[in-house]
Write a protein that binds this ligand. Sequence first.
Ligand code: ADP
Ligand code: MG
Length: 458
Amino acid sequence: MQQNVWQSVLGELELTIPKPSFDTFLKDTEILSQTHDEITIGVRNVFIRNTVEKRYHEQIKQLLVKNGLTAPKITYVQKPSQGKKTVINRETTTPLNRTPISSSAVDDLLSSPSSAPTVHTNTLNPRYTFSNFIVGSSNDLAYSACQAVAANPGVKYNPLFLYGGVGLGKTHLMQAVGNEIAKTQPDSRILYISTETFVQDFLDSIRFKKKGFSTKYRNVDVLIIDDMQFISGKEKTQEEFFHTFNALHQNNKQIIISSDKPPKSIPTLTERLRSRFEWGMAIDIQLPDYEMRCAIVEAKASLSGVQLDNPTIEYLATNIKTNVRELEGALNQLLAYAEMRGVAPDASIAEGLIGSARQSRPQHVTPKQVIDKTARYFSLDSTEICSAKRDKHIVFPRQIAMYLLRSELHLSFPKIAQELGRKDHTTAIHSVEKIEKASKLDTILREQLSEIRERLYT
Ligand code: ADP
Ligand code: MG
């Protein structure tokens, strides 16, 4: 009975909340219990719980009442996962079972004749730390999860799976975890490795009958393995990694994995490995929004001892939207050029440098593409967005499309109205203003906008 009520609450929420947010935060929720004074709603994990509590509580409360379910208190808890083993919900506080690294083990590892990386903290790049990582709405979940893992490795999110496009800070963040643990627990054995190296090392161990492969990977306290998408199609390596994973996980050793896509989208990943990747926490890093790009430019310049003026910062942040690595590259280019010429870096120099680079990279986005991609993002057809329909689930994406036509293509309001099949352009003005205002307050909306932008430019 209460589940029926919940289904109708969800049904109503679905009408007002954009689909990607609904799918992420609400779809998998359920009522776990109900008494006179408390309704308990189960959600998938702590981050989702925080968001649901913060953003949707009022709506949920009202809809429950509307559907005849009342209680003075509504609480949100993490659901026990359906898997055999529940990692996120595990109420364990067992510290990592850490044995001091023995010198023979070190020798063994160091003298390994393979091309494998040396096992120890020195596989980490000390440049990647939490303190020089800039946090914004596109990466704050990933950042918090990484901090939680660094504070308590092996306890909470295991594995921690970070995914997202290139140059968005995955390697930086996961190495920051390693560097932090190395600092606070100097005797822990931390191995950072790329998946490609793991694959190569495994193949070598078979081909040259080298011993010590499994001990090398299983005798660590923290395994950080980067770019897991490269394990795709490599069946034997997947099998080996499966056993490595289990051995570490069973001993509460922390595993951190990155990939350019979520576990479910890595092609030809065996089912059992995929399900293990989903045991812990999978979080994406998105494209930084404009404000964050400004923050990144400013912070990186000042790390190089240069104070940039606002127009210069804004020029870079406006013109480089692809990823942090490119933004950093453009900034470095600007700083190097200015230093070489003995002048102060400014917007016009940046324009000279970047403008010419941009011309060689065609980046023509048409109004039709903006409308199509926005529609597709919300699982709609572009004809629906351009129709006269006033349903909420269409109006919102339509407003977003108008906003993006303005912010990305700088179209005039009458032109925006025309692209969306409207005669009157006041709706366009109103929509753009509305989304502009809302995006200042609503991080989820900002994430959605940056996801659509990402799809536009890739
Ligand atoms: P990925 O592994 O996702 O491809 P990287 O971690 O290699 O990306 O990041 C690319 C570059 O951008 C690195 O130099 C990294 O330090 C920098 N970077 C990415 N995100 C941030 C951030 N939020 N703050 C500071 N630097 C960042
Ligand atoms: Mg990387």
